[in-house]
Every structure is written in C-alpha cells, then in structure tokens.
Write a new protein. Structure first.
Length: 165
C-alpha cells in the first residue's frame, strides 16, 4: 500500500468523526504564520493554535516568496488577519546549501537545467534570514504599515521560540 493510500484510509476515519465544518473562513485569532515546511515541527501545536485560529503558510525555509506574499495579502485584505508571524528554525535544510551548488547538483542529477524555480532562497545566517523575510513583508506596498510583523527562530532541539529583533 502506498503512503497516499494510507493517508486516504486515515482521512476516512477523520471524516467519520468530523466536527469542524462550521468554522469560519476568517481565522479567529486574526493571525497568519509564515513558517518552514520542516516535517519535525507542528507549528499549530507549538503555538497553541486550534483549528480555525490562524492561517498557516509553509514553504521551504519560511521564505516570503511571491506566493507567500500573495497569501499574506489575501489573508489580510480578504480574510481580516491583523498580525503576521514569520518563523525559521535551527537545523534547516536551506542552511546547509549554497544556491549555485544546489542548482548545479540538480542540473547534473537530472541532466538538464530549469528556469523555475528562479531561486531556492538558501541562506547561511538564520537570524539575518528572519530579518530579511520580515523586511520583505513589511516593505510590500499592499501590506499596511500598521500590521505587526514579527520574526522568530524555533529551536528544533528544545521546542522554544526566540524572537529576532
């Protein structure tokens, strides 16, 4: 049985006991979280969030890419979020690579070059990366200046968040 088949079976059980159908499309806590896709971290749990509390936007590195910015803009302007949180974490896979090395490795492995994705957004300084993502969000012309945007580093060994100023 494939993993997808196992997940479908789990979904059948989930659907039998489903009770969340009446939740609002607008997050109750009026917050959107941009975080890494790392499978070790369940940000909803570490932040004490329940279904319906927040928008969760995840990608490799917790990067404020064009698509992440699109989601944050929709989250605020269409669905009423009033605060943004950006979370990177220790031991991130994008900390271990250089952009050009990754592109080279992939081109060699696959025997071809690709124009997309244009960037993988590899980085070597975790806190500097958080600051850069916060800046990208705060400086976007469609994100109102009064919206609080805060950045954090999650420690995968302790489960603690540390704010980056």
């Amino acid at each position: 049985m494939s993993v997808a088949d196992e997940l479908l079976r789990a979904n059948e059980e989930f659907a039998r006991n489903f009770t969340l159908g009446e939740l609002s499309v607008r997050p109750k806590r009026q917050v959107a979280v941009l975080a890494c896709m790392d499978s070790r971290i369940l940000f909803e749990h570490c932040l004490g969030l329940k279904p319906g509390d927040a928008h969760m936007i995840r990608n490799a590195g917790g990067i404020a890419t064009e698509d992440a910015l699109r989601s944050l803009i929709v989250s605020h302007h269409l669905l009423d979020t009033q605060e943004f949180i950006i979370i990177n974490h220790t031991d991130c896979g994008l900390l271990r690579v250089k952009e050009y090395e990754l592109r080279s490795r992939l081109a060699e492995k696959m025997g071809t070059v690709a124009s997309e994705p244009a960037h993988f957004y590899a980085f070597d300084d975790l806190e500097a990366n958080v600051r850069q993502q916060v800046h990208r969000v705060k400086s976007h012309p469609w994100i109102p200046k009064p919206i609080p945007v805060r950045g954090f580093v999650y420690d995968v060994k302790t489960g603690r968040l540390k704010e980056v100023k």
